[in-house]
Design a protein around this ligand. Structure first.
Ligand SMILES: [Zn+2]
Length: 492
């Protein structure tokens, strides 16, 4: 008995020692950087130029014939007018229908170029909600320290900031050693196949192999990570895949006075219920594991201990982190039934019932794997599972968080926002940058705009806005990035 107690005691001491050693050895991965202070920017004037860009209804539609071509043309004329030096010094060509490819040619052709991406198009304002906006969505109003309007965050806040940064550098007489491309799509919100995909194909055909690509996706988040007071710069190193499946049930119809035990509606409902009851297995892996390892060392000791010992506390951390929909989306392939259709009349048994289920695929999962999983979980021959001819894509490759290009991004972020903890991150939505994965392993998704609680919903929802100060920070970030990566060719 005594020996058993001693053994248990020794095991506990050993366990505590392992936990402690791992916690103390959990070193910071933050890159040291000298804050930049000599960058003066008239943030209000810059914000006014952004506000001007929000007054164009550059809306993209699933049905591309609905697109307002004149509005896109006027928007592009506005850019030409507003950033004259940029348009005098950079090459610009139209790709696809309205996508733009700018080229700022560097003096050293041996250096691989960089590509900054953004998109011109915005999502529509949901009909009937216009009056609920604090300021009309296409007025481009500046009030209360914010620029208000559709596109302020997604994604004119990046697009106009790129041009602002280049215009500023040109005013200072800067010339790049490394070539800089701006790839500005026109249909990102409907999949990007006419815009970014065409630009990527064109660059590929020309043999362009960028050092890195930077698109929208991440931001500098405050108050979004529980227990972390400091702002966290989320740099997307990967994005999830996208798949829509159709479930269909076909049975004999009939009179509702003599129904079978299960109608088409019941069969389909049971199938959907099974899918919701059995989420695709996940966990802390891939980009999310990397995020934990960059964030963990910066946390207070108590929390650091849990992060440093995921071999022991991984399950606990995952269940805590996965409790919110946003956290859950970073841990697994998500399942979202979005459309259900059946029946025409209250006293007629429907002969068909159909449902649409949308999946966002985590790295490690695949379209074929999810289809097989869905069939296995539903396990009912009366339910057919098909892949409709709509947009779908496998999860993106994971760009390295230890590459020199990632370190350059990190250093730039900390030069502009010295208090920020920089972490690799998984983008749970999709971006145009997915089309560039075959051109370079280094595809990153980040903008230096602040993101607080409630802001994520604004991007495609109501009261989209960008703080004047935050926009200024974003412009300074691009200026500094262009300095570091292109003007100074990526060397310190
Ligand atoms: Zn966007």
């Amino acid at each position: 008995m005594k020996r058993l107690l001693l053994l248990i005691g020794a095991a506990v001491v050993l366990l505590a020692a392992v936990i402690l050693v791992r916690t103390l050895g959990y070193d910071s991965r933050q890159v040291a950087a000298q804050p930049v202070t000599d960058l003066t920017l008239d943030a209000v004037a810059a914000a006014q130029r952004l506000a001007g860009a929000l007054r164009f209804k550059t809306i993209s539609y699933q049905d591309s014939t609905q697109l307002d071509a004149a509005e896109f043309r006027r928007f592009q004329e506005y850019l030409t007018r507003t950033f004259p030096k940029t348009h005098a010094n950079l090459g610009r060509e139209t790709v696809g229908r309205f996508s733009l490819l700018y080229r700022w040619t560097g003096s050293d052709p041996t250096l691989p170029p960089i590509v900054l991406m953004a998109h011109q198009d915005v999502v529509p304002v949901e009909p009937g909600t216009e009056s609920k906006w604090t300021y009309p969505p296409f007025d481009g109003r500046i009030a209360d320290g914010y620029v208000w309007g559709r596109g302020a965050m997604d994604d004119k806040g990046s697009l106009v900031a790129h041009l602002e940064a280049i215009e500023m550098l040109l005013s200072q007489g800067a010339t790049p050693r490394r070539t800089v491309y701006l790839a500005l799509g026109h249909d990102e919100e409907v999949g990007g196949r006419g815009g970014a995909a065409a630009i990527a194909a064109l660059l590929d055909w020309r043999g362009v192999r960028p050092a890195f690509v930077l698109d929208e996706g991440g931001a500098i988040a405050t108050g979004l990570v529980p227990g972390v007071a400091a702002p966290v710069a989320l740099v997307g190193i990967a994005e999830k895949g996208y798949l829509t499946l159709e479930l269909a049930v076909r049975v004999d119809g009939g009179h509702s006075s003599m129904p079978p035990r299960q109608t088409a509606v019941g069969i389909l409902s049971a199938a959907i219920d099974e899918l919701e009851e059995h989420p695709v297995p996940g966990g802390i892996r891939g980009p999310t594991a990397q995020m934990f390892d960059h964030l963990g060392p910066e946390l207070p000791f108590g929390m650091r201990l849990f992060f440093a010992n995921r071999w022991l506390f991984g399950g606990l951390l995952a269940s805590r982190f996965g409790a919110s929909p946003a956290g859950n989306a970073m841990l697994r392939t998500t399942t979202a039934p979005t459309i259900i259709e059946a029946g025409v009349k209250e006293n007629v048994l429907p002969s068909t019932a159909r449902a649409t289920v949308n999946f966002r695929l985590l790295q490690g999962d695949s379209i074929a794997g999810i289809v097989a999983y869905v069939r296995r979980i539903i396990d009912d021959p009366r339910v057919t599972v098909t892949i409709p001819e709509t947009f779908r894509t496998e999860p993106s490759p994971v760009s390295p968080a230890d590459a020199e290009e990632f370190r350059l991004l990190t250093r730039t972020i900390r030069q502009v926002a010295p208090e920020a903890i920089v972490v690799p991150w998984l983008v749970v939505g999709g971006t145009d940058s997915r089309y560039f994965a075959s051109l370079t392993p280094n595809v990153y998704r980040f903008g230096a705009t602040p993101l607080g609680p409630g802001d994520t919903e604004r991007a495609h929802g109501r009261d989209e806005r960008m703080s004047v100060e935050g926009y200024g920070q974003n412009v300074r970030f691009y200026v500094q990035l262009l300095q570091n990566a292109a003007v100074n060719d990526g060397k310190k």
